[in-house]
Design a protein around this ligand. Structure first.
Ligand SMILES: [Zn+2]
Length: 203
């Protein structure tokens, strides 16, 4: 027997209602922004791009997602540049980028690429029943061997005071987001109370 809760969830709405959102819910994009902002980006030459696509077996005029073969819309970091809220030391360079589609990029997140491809994550290539998955894995493994990736022990090579200041700023922004969310909720509830009082007066 289904509970009321499940039944309520199953109800189909004619249109999706807007939600109040959550200011503090932006915390992970703030974290990404703080670390993305410090990671070096090396622009590849045209030859390097062509070589990369060749290893992946792709036509430069029809670039596909390296994970699922769908239409590519972006470059994805093969090895994550941020995990556990810290920079991994890998940087943005051609040997660490593969063409990907938005679905794969979001589904993969910070998981190790091969583990994710064969794993049960929502929208992973295995979950979506992507064909030639073994071939795609073989291509990506070859790509991984192409060049030794740059890995910089970021937290050790920069001035400790600068690093501490950066982390403190990050923390202050997150605290402010949480504080702002609390205040916004309080304000929304006060407005809601006013609305209910107004309705009761009219009734
Ligand atoms: Zn894809």
């Amino acid at each position: 027997m289904k509970s009321d809760k499940t039944r309520a969830k199953k109800r189909t709405r004619l249109c999706q209602m807007p939600t109040p959102g959550n200011i503090a819910g932006r915390s992970s994009s703030i974290t990404n922004a703080f670390f993305n902002a410090i990671i070096p980006i090396i622009q590849p030459s045209e030859e390097e791009e062509l070589e990369a696509l060749q290893i992946l077996g792709m036509d430069p005029n029809d670039i596909r997602c390296a994970y699922c073969g769908g239409k590519s819309t972006e470059w994805d970091h093969l090895r994550a540049i941020i995990t556990d809220q810290r920079p991994t030391g890998f940087i943005t360079e051609i040997a660490n980028l593969v063409p990907a589609c938005g679905k794969c990029n979001q589904s993969k997140g910070k998981t190790e690429w091969k583990k994710w491809m064969v794993g049960p994550a929502k929208l992973s290539p295995t979950t979506r029943g992507v064909i030639d998955i073994e071939d795609k894995i073989a291509r990506l493994s070859k790509y991984e061997q192409w060049r030794k990736p740059t890995r910089i022990p970021i937290e050790q090579v920069i001035d400790q005071e600068l690093w501490k200041e950066h982390l403190a700023n990050w923390s202050a922004v997150r605290d402010l987001l949480a504080k702002s969310q609390k205040l916004a909720t309080e304000i929304r509830l006060a407005i809601e109370k006013y609305r209910v009082d107004l309705r009761n007066q009219r009734a």
